[in-house]
Design a protein around this ligand. Structure first.
Ligand SMILES: Cc1ncc(COP(=O)(O)O)c(C=O)c1O
Length: 470
């Protein structure tokens, strides 16, 4: 017997134990601290034990308790960043995906997985009113944005053969950090990303965009693409997609929509995303607002030929032996990735189990929770809203005598640290107009109105503690 062989009965015993651990964890989620009471030092010493030369057998699983204890739970009161809540049916599918261990490179390597992925991608695109779009899963919004800009570059300023020449990309000043990163990685250069001013609702100003394109053309630079954001990471603002689409058409620019955070809300409130289907490419992240376990990003595009122009470069060993359009299909012709896990299984199973309507309702609940928090913030004389609430991100500040100054920022940062230490709710932060603000983002199917109601009292209690300690 191979040293790594596991008998059927041992697998069943281990799987039952892991399932019991997972189920027990889910059952206690609501009562766990939103961040474990653990220091960096304690986490390092907890996992310091050397890897054993001789296997521990089932006792290896004993240490899982510690992993759970030291993890930041997917609590109903986790409101940090833009992080979905890990839907459990999808988590079970992930176990099966690992057991199946399909390499979703091409149909010939993974017939069921490739077929399911293509169908889930197309169905989700259609549900977003982007009929006819194709695409693929990837690690997340950053990867999807990188691939989208690679497609934009290859379609307007081909670089794959001879190397990159600079072209200008436009995005609002609220753009996600993955876009400047992609500019750097693609050899376009971060300095060729124009940050267009935003209006009072933090949406890109089409008038300023028009001026910037004209200025670049006037200086003999080559405008390449516009990145509109459908749900900015800080405040959830949605750029004016129809106006941006019209400008892209007029100037022959690639239109990418970074909808990693927000665009899936089009399932619930499509009217806010008019113009989404004008995009040449669109990033969406089911691991954010479809509550899927990480990782589950997706790039959608209108024209598969543009994806092939950017990504198709096949080594002899991977060349297809068939002309059949289904059996000859390879994701690596349309994506940066070669080896790929079976990400479609979790989303497919989770959507089949709950139905699309349940997801639409969960998204609507998140939107409602954001409005509820905004009202509670507005009702407190000690707090102030820092930005309009378009989707499910709420930015606010604790009012200090120092006001919107660096000292006021320091007090708010101290309050955030204290909120996290208290462990009842988890918030994160954002910088708006150069000022530090507290931020709660609702992309959590476990959150109830009672959970939302804890946020303001927690912030005020943390503020009292900070003031008492000064
Ligand atoms: C608007 C936007 N774009 C891109 C990303 C990056 O997504 P990921 O973390 O999945 O790479 C985020 C992450 O929050 C985001 O909010």
């Amino acid at each position: 017997m191979n040293a790594l062989e596991l008998s059927d009965s041992d697998f069943r015993t281990l799987a039952a134990r892991v399932t019991a651990v997972a189920a027990g964890y889910l059952a206690t989620l609501g009562s766990l601290r939103t961040f474990p009471a653990v220091s960096g030092e304690a986490s390092v010493s907890a996992f310091r034990e050397a890897l054993p030369e001789k296997g521990l057998g089932p006792a290896a699983l004993d240490a899982l308790t510690q992993v759970l204890d030291f993890s930041r739970p997917p609590s109903p009161r986790f409101f940090g960043y833009v992080l979905g809540s890990g839907e459990p049916v999808a988590a079970l599918a992930d176990l099966l995906a690992s057991v199946l261990n399909q390499n979703v490179t091409a149909w010939r390597s993974a017939p069921a997985a490739v077929t399911l992925e293509r169908q889930v991608v197309e169905a989700l695109a259609a549900a977003l009113n982007c009929h006819g779009f194709g695409g693929s899963f990837c690690g997340g919004g950053s990867m999807a944005n990188l691939m989208a800009l690679a497609m934009a570059r290859e379609s307007r300023l081909p670089a794959n053969a001879a190397g990159a020449t600079p072209g200008v990309v436009y995005a609002s000043s609220e753009v996600h950090m993955s876009i400047p990163k992609a500019m750097a990685l693609l050899g376009l250069g971060r300095e060729n990303l124009r940050l267009i001013p935003v209006d009072a609702c933090l949406r890109m100003s089409p008038a300023h965009l028009r001026e910037a394109i004209a200025a670049d053309r006037g200086a003999s630079r080559v405008p390449l693409a516009v990145v509109a954001t459908g749900g900015t990471v800080n405040t959830g603002s949605i750029d004016p997609l129809p106006e941006i689409a019209a400008l892209c058409r007029e100037h022959g620019l690639w239109m990418h929509v970074d909808g990693a955070y927000g665009a899936l809300a089009a399932l619930a409130v499509p009217e806010r995303f008019a113009g989404l289907n004008c995009a040449d490419s669109l990033s969406v992240d089911p691991h954010k607002w479809l509550y899927q376990p990480l990782d589950c990003g997706m790039l959608l595009f209108k024209d598969a030929k543009a994806a092939r122009a950017a990504f198709s470069y096949t080594g002899d060993y991977a060349r297809s032996l068939t002309q059949d359009p289904l059996e000859g299909f390879a994701f690596f012709d349309e994506s940066l990735e070669l080896s790929r896990r079976f990400r479609a299984l979790k989303l497919w199973l989770s959507l089949r189990y709950h139905g699309l309507d349940a997801f639409r309702r969960a998204i609507r609940a998140d939107l409602r929770h954001a409005q509820l928090l905004a009202q509670q913030v507005a009702a407190s004389v000690r707090l102030e809203l820092a930005a309009p609430v378009t989707l499910s991100a709420v930015c606010f500040r604790y009012r200090t005598d120092e006001g919107a100054t660096p000292d006021g920022d320091r007090v708010n940062a101290a309050i955030l640290r204290r909120v996290i230490e208290r462990g009842h709710v988890y918030l994160s932060n954002a910088t708006l107009s150069g000022r530090f603000v507290l931020r709660a983002c609702f992309v959590n199917h476990r959150t109830t109105e009672a959970d939302v109601a804890q946020i303001v009292p927690e912030v005020l209690a943390a503020a009292d503690e900070v003031r008492a300690a000064r």
